[in-house]
Ligand binder design. Structure first.
Ligand code: ARG
Length: 457
């Protein structure tokens, strides 16, 4: 393609290090769409004849049909998807193919293709997260009043409901989808027509190609347009943050399926066995989601470091933008699908969860709150009295509400019979009626809002 200036061909090492076709062939659909929009605009502007434009456009359709049927051929001499397609087009339609690259460079071409690809990836990720949210909301609805221990420091803290816990992940997914929507809005400007770096003297119509490719408007600065990869970084950062959420959910599943917890049984379809221990049912899928988040964060880091310190405009370093984006998108799509399946199909052992909530003195705060409310004791003092009650219960190996009234009165005479109504896990959960709290009525209200927002009504 640029042989005119060169006396010698590239060395084997040059060919290998230069070739991006092994990975950027994934852009072939976007590349064909961009070229068709470009050539249609060239004809409309009288830069190529209508006849040539038709030959080129039909030829591009033939190339696309070949790719669809047989895959994209990988010839390192043709470097990348752009040259691969143009070269095949020339084989099919002859020298007129050479008119396609008028008023265009691979620099604006790849920036356009890649934006189109990332835009699709954003839309797919958003659809995946919608499915995850629907699964979470469905399971939360079934368990709006199911009691489980809430933890801080992974120590039993206060009883909560399983529905409340699941809805916490709904909120995370909601922020993830917001970030994607932000990223998409910023991404949706068309670089095509920025040419190599400075724009072009041909009378092109950038609005026309922008419209044809579904962008909101053409980019405003040609130097920025060909050297900007913020859109890829926005995607990777949103993907990384989403993967952190999935990893936390995966980690909780891993803990919850372990025998000492026994809160959850994983669906067989998302578990593996052991080749030596017949009793084993391992949460490998959740562990891989936890592991994949590390790789996704690595992808975001990789592209940030690639872009750091690059002078304007295009440098070949930027060819390395694609592998981390492709890798992160693939890993994340799988991770979302795996966690959606787990949430939708797992069996919650709600009896076991309730027992665990009853075991860990999870209602100690409720005793302290009762002393404040009913006996007008300052909270710090109530905290101290409650600590003494927990200590006694612990030494006897019983729950707080299994202490007798006499025992409680011996700790503080202001305690009376009514306290027992406050000490059950049900009473504790039912009392947390503050907005966004774990009381079933609150959880149900949030679930109803979520269902409406997700179109589940
Ligand atoms: N394969 C290249 C990339 O992905 C296309 C742009 C090449 N531009 C250039 N001036 N060499 O970045």
């Amino acid at each position: 393609m640029w042989g005119g200036r060169f006396a010698d061909g590239p060395s084997a090492i040059m060919r290998e290090i230069n070739a991006s076709i092994p990975f950027d062939k994934a852009l072939w659909r976007q590349d064909i769409a961009g070229s068709k929009a470009h050539v249609a605009m060239l004809a409309q502007q009288g830069i190529v004849t209508a006849e040539d434009a038709r030959a080129i456009s039909d030829g591009l359709d033939r190339v696309a049909a070949e790719y669809e049927a047989d895959g994209v051929p990988e010839d390192w001499d043709l470097e990348d998807i752009h040259m691969t397609t143009e070269s095949r087009l020339a084989e099919l339609i002859g020298p007129v193919a050479g008119r396609l690259h008028t008023a265009r460079s691979r620099n604006d071409q790849v920036a356009t293709d890649f934006r189109l690809w990332v835009r699709d990836a954003i839309d797919q990720m958003d659809a995946g997260l919608l499915g995850l949210q629907q699964a979470l909301v469905t399971r939360a609805g079934e368990n709006a009043a199911s009691i489980m221990p809430g933890f801080t420091h992974l120590q039993t803290a206060q009883p909560v409901t399983l529905g409340h816990h699941l809805m916490a992940y709904y909120e995370m997914a909601r922020r993830d989808r917001n970030r994607l929507a932000d990223a998409r809005a910023r991404l949706n400007q068309c670089p095509l027509g920025s040419a190599a770096l400075a724009g072009t003297g041909f009378p092109i119509d950038r609005q026309a190609t922008s419209d044809a490719l579904g962008f909101d408007r053409p980019t405003a600065n040609s130097l920025d347009a060909v050297s900007d990869r913020d859109f890829a970084l926005d995607f990777l950062m949103a993907a990384a943050q989403c993967s952190l959420h999935l990893s936390r959910l995966a980690e909780e599943m891993i803990i919850w399926v372990s025998q000492p917890y026994g809160f959850v049984r994983m669906p067989d379809a998302l578990s593996t066995g052991s080749s030596i221990m017949p009793q084993k049912k391992n949460p490998d899928a959740a562990e891989l989601v936890r592991g994949h988040s590390g790789r996704i964060v690595g992808c975001a880091t990789a592209l940030m470091v690639t872009m750091k310190g690059l002078p304007l405009a295009y440098s070949k370093d930027m060819q390395d933008d694609k592998p981390p984006v492709f890798e992160a998108a693939g890993l994340l799509a799988l991770s979302i699908a795996a966690m959606t399946g787990m949430v939708a199909e797992c069996t919650f052992n709600t009896d076991r969860m309730r027992q665990a909530a009853e075991l860990g003195y999870a209602t100690a705060t409720d005793l302290a709150d009762w002393l404040v409310r009913e006996a007008d004791i300052p909270f710090r003092e109530a905290h101290h009295i409650t600590g003494a009650a927990v200590k006694l219960a612990e030494s006897k190996g019983v729950a707080l509400d299994a202490l007798s009234l006499e025992e409680l009165k011996a700790i503080d005479a202001r305690i009376d019979q009514r306290v027992f109504a406050a000490l059950s896990v049900d009473a504790s959960v039912a009392s947390r009626v503050s907005y966004g709290g774990t009381a079933p009525e609150q959880v149900k209200a949030r679930i109803a809002e979520a269902r409406a927002a997700l179109g589940m009504e």
